[in-house]
Every structure is written in C-alpha cells, then in structure tokens.
Design a protein around this ligand. Sequence first.
Ligand SMILES: C[S@@+](CC[C@H](N)C(=O)[O-])C[C@H]1O[C@@H](n2cnc3c(N)ncnc32)[C@H](O)[C@@H]1O
Length: 324
Amino acid sequence: MLQEQLERIDGNEPLRSELLPYCRLKCGQLWEDPRGGHRVACLDAANETHTALLLGSEKAALAIQDPPYNVAVGNVNSTDLGRMPVEDYIRWSRAWISSTSNSLTADASLYVWLGADQAAGFQPFADFILMMRAFPEFKTRSLITMRNQRGYGTQNNWMAVRQELLYYTKGRPKFHVEAEYTDIPKILRGYYRNVNGQRTENLERGKSGNIRAGNVWVDVQQVFYRMEENVPGCYAQKPLKAIERIIRASSAAGDIVVDFFAHSGTTLLGCERLDRRCFTCDIDPIFTEITIRRLERYRETGKTGWQSDSPFECQGMQVQQDIL
Ligand SMILES: C[S@@+](CC[C@H](N)C(=O)[O-])C[C@H]1O[C@@H](n2cnc3c(N)ncnc32)[C@H](O)[C@@H]1O
C-alpha cells in the first residue's frame, strides 16, 4: 500500500530539527539558479527590504500569491500556518501586497489564493477583498472558484469544496485566452444566432471544440498522495495544472513570475516547464529546500514530485530509521 514517507513538516519540531541540517538556505539567504535564472530565497514576504532583495533591479510580469489562509489547517497551529486576529492578518497582508505591487512591472497581473472560514464570518476572504481597495493600482478582474474533490463538512451543511482565487491587474497586461480552454468537449448545443443570414449554433461558431474554464474551475484534480506531483510533507500544495493555467494566461515566455509563499515550489516548477523565470521565497528554510529539490528532481528525472516518497529520501528520517 502506498503511504507517504514524510509527515506534515510544520509544527512537528522533532522532524524539523532532523531536516534543518539538510537545508542549504538559512533565513536571509538566496539561491540563484545558474541554468534557468530562477531565484529561491528564505525571506519574509511581509518585509519590504527582504522582497526587494529577492527582486534586485528586476520586475515581474506576474505574481501568484498563496499565503496561509488564517485557519489552522488540520487543526494544527504552527508558526507557518497559524490563526491570528483578523485585524493582524489584514495588517500583515497589506504589507506583502505592498511588496508585491513594488515587485511588478507597470502592466502586470496578480493572483491571490485565499479561503473564507464559513464558521467565522467568512474571514479572512471578506476582509482581504476590502483591504485591496486601498491599492488603487490593482483593478479587480475576476473571482475564480476552483472545485476541490475532497470536501469537509457535516450532514447538516453544504459540503465545503471551494477554493478561491482572486485575479487583479495593474496597468494593461495581456490576457492569453488560449490558456483558458479545458480538455472538456463542448457537449451542449444551443445558443442559435444568425450569421450572414444563416442560422448557426454555438458548436460551429466556437473557436474550439472544448469549453473555456471560465471562473469556475471544475477540471483540476486536487493533489493527493497517489499523484506523481505530490510532495510529502507539504500540506497546502496547489495543483500544477492550476498554476500553469495562470502562468499561461497572464505571462509570456521569458517573463519573471514572483511567488512569495513557495511551500512545495509549484510556481517554480510551472515556470521551469513553461520557460519563465521564477523568483520565489518562503519564510521556512525547509520549504525553500523542498522547492529547490523539486526543480532539481524534475531536471534529473522529468518527475513533477515524489508521489509518496520523501523529498529527503536519502537523508534525515530515512537514514535515522535505518540506524534504529
Ligand atoms: C499555502 S502555502 C503555499 C502553497 C504553494 N502555493 C504550493 O503550491 O506549494 C503557504 C506558505 O507560506 C509560507 N509563509 C508563511 N508566512 C510567510 C511569510 N511571512 N513569508 C514568506 N512565506 C511565508 C509557509 O511556510 C507556507 O509554506
């Protein structure tokens, strides 16, 4: 039976102290990729000086931000993913949004993944949207919902299966609509319209035989331990398909993409596969190490993750267990 070789890392102090010696970055350090021009750093997203160091003199065309959602995931309150008063969360968000704005070119796109706690006034989603109005340079463009396959809930409420994604633009960046087409064939006829005196229906008028994702994404498989892209130890990994859809839609080959909350390094991997440069950071040295290792593994093996194997396979836990 497949079983993940590494437990969730945050909040697990014995595991963390075992893995930290294998992490090449300490807080305040940056790894510059000699081959693809990517950067990975161990920095605080909310510290303007830190993020300025990540960017240097360069600017990004796209930011994909996936901060902690101010909920205790799996009821674990860790240093990386805790729950704070919503006012503090918004103050913190304002700081990293300000850094994001400074990292972007005049014509750029910003995507923010976020959640709404239905047991607590839909925080921090509602508060975050209002806070964003203090940044007039960011224009609201779309509120996307991605449907998760696994949900949570009780028998007396709707099952919670949604994941929110906010899309803003600064200036007038290009939107590459081709990226929006799914693999799902159009199956419904209808929407008749007269074109040059001929009655046509939607299937013949359409540019593609497939449907557009629109702002409700139902075609993205949530990451779980049987998928190749799974990264054991990471608890909040986004599907590569979703991240690559964003990268394709809102950037071009050669562009710089920033992500201040790297975690399992999905944005970095998407950028590598799509010929963009990714400048990314995480406050936790273990996640910056996993991010770098994921890129290296992809280059060596073509694999997008570890499925159920440990990213620290030959070290740390594994070696320790062999000795015991
Ligand atoms: C929701 S996860 C990001 C998931 C990522 N998109 C992926 O696909 O793997 C949030 C990450 O933010 C990091 N983090 C929390 N506070 C941070 C801060 N102030 N600066 C930078 N990273 C932070 C956490 O360590 C965690 O790895």
